[in-house]
Ligand binder design. Structure first.
Ligand SMILES: [Zn+2]
Length: 72
């Protein structure tokens, strides 16, 4: 299966790479998740991920790169 990266991995236009999309804090550790409402990727701090677990999906459709984890 081939993914259309441009479409499938677009970040929300209001997302900032060093800020939590939900609370706006510049948390030390941010998760990249998919916002269910628009199916766009956003950065979330772990607290917001737990608080809004129904609104966001962990995006595990491709292996993480770097130190975030090992490929499936
Ligand atoms: Zn947050």
């Amino acid at each position: 299966m081939k993914y259309d990266d441009e479409k499938c991995y677009q970040f929300h236009r209001k997302d900032l790479p060093d800020r939590c999309f939900a609370c706006g804090r510049d948390a030390a550790r941010l998760l990249i998740v998919r916002q269910v409402a628009g199916m766009m990727l956003v950065h979330l701090c772990p607290d917001c991920m737990l608080d809004h677990v129904d609104d966001y999906l962990l995006d595990n459709t491709r292996p993480w790169v770097g130190e975030k984890g090992k490929p499936a």
